[in-house]
Each structure stands twice: as C-alpha cells, then as structure tokens.
Design a protein around this ligand. Sequence first.
Ligand SMILES: Cc1cc2nc3c(=O)[nH]c(=O)nc-3n(C[C@H](O)[C@H](O)[C@H](O)COP(=O)(O)O)c2cc1C
Length: 215
Amino acid sequence: MKSDISNYRKSYLKGFLSENEIFDNPLKLFNKWFDEISDTTLEIEINAMTLSTIDNDGFPRNRVVLLKYFSEEGFIFFTNYNSNKAKSILSNNKVSLSFFWEQMERQIIIKGKAFKTSNDVSENYFNSRPLGSKIGALVSAKQSSVIPSRSFLEDEFEKIKKKFENSQISRPLNWGGFIVKPIEYEFWQGRENRLHDRIRYIKKGGKWITERLSP
Ligand SMILES: Cc1cc2nc3c(=O)[nH]c(=O)nc-3n(C[C@H](O)[C@H](O)[C@H](O)COP(=O)(O)O)c2cc1C
C-alpha cells in the first residue's frame, strides 16, 4: 500500500509573533496564547499536550496528557505513577511538552524537568474528579501493563463500583501529579511562505533570554 499525501499543504496566515509583543516572562506569553486559543475554539481540548520522555532503552516516547494547572511553579498533569511515562520520568526527569493549536497556527514547545507534585496537590485534584474517573484510576492500577481483554476492564469497573457504593474513593498512592519546571520555551507562529516566527526563551542565570530562530 502506498499513499501520496505530498499535496497536503496550507498557507499559514493567521498571525505573527514579533519582538514588540512578547514579554520578559514566557509564562505571560503562554498565558496570552492560552487565553486566545480558549476564545477561538471550544471544540478541541486546548489543554491537551504532548509529553515526551526518554524510555529506559534510550528511545524517546510521546503521548498526550492533559495540562491541569500552570503557574510560575510549573505545568502540572496527573497520571499513574506505575505507568510507563512515570517510570521514565523517575529515572530521567528531563522532559518536553508541546502544544499544537491548529486554529491559531501556533505551537509551543517547553523543555524542563518533571517532579512529583505534593500529596496535597494530587489529593485535591483526585477528589475533584467525577466518580467514573476515580473508579477508572483504580481499575487501571497498573497503567501501561498488558491486560487480557476489554471485558477484564469492564468487570473490574463494576466490581469496584459496587465495593464503593456507600463510601468515598480516596486517591490511590500510585496516582498523582507531576510538575514540569521549564528551562526553555519556544513559541512558533505559522507564517506565509514558510517564514514562520520562532521565538525561544532560555533561562540563564535566573533570567529569561529571548532569541529568534530561523524557521
Ligand atoms: C486527549 C488525551 C488526554 C489524555 N490525558 C491523559 C492524562 O491526563 N493522564 C494520563 O495519564 N494519560 C492521559 N492520556 C492517555 C495517555 O496518552 C497514555 O495513553 C497513557 O497515559 C499511558 O501512557 P504511558 O504508557 O506512556 O505511560 C490522554 C490521552 C489523550 C488522547
């Protein structure tokens, strides 16, 4: 089978990113772009981001997770600490996050180090989740391990639902957050004729330095 998709191309005309409109602090620009994409669309999960880690065999691996909080402290997502991604982070905490917001022809790439969030942060978020998601977290206690079938999951779900019919489900200790603390950001705005705008922030001596990159 052979598919030729070389004709899939489009012009990027929706915006620009100039040195005049950026801030000293990249988080402010992230926040501005996040607000702008939030105003543009409700149809996609704008907080979906690609998390890249290095597996124990040295290969990179990407997957999508949901950003739940961001602040000067960092970018927080939640997951299972037994999962493949968590094991990778716990042996090498250098990670990359990326966002692609097609509606605005924008991409943001963040490089940083990931750390487990405090129990309080994980607990508060777990307790705010809908019942089904809490049960799901218990069912997938060993996220990323091989399971026998779909029905295995569904049977477990029903069993756990019944077990906790009259009681609260508390956070399993193997479930919680990671916070990614950025050391580098790249903001990419698609432009005409592939002359895209790319502004990189690098943290040097506690200060953010900006540079423009060739597209
Ligand atoms: C839109 C979207 C959102 C997701 N959000 C999360 C998330 O917040 N946390 C999570 O652990 N997995 C999330 N997943 C599933 C992951 O992509 C992945 O399949 C799972 O975490 C297992 O990854 P691992 O085996 O690399 O650890 C999401 C997937 C998609 C497509």
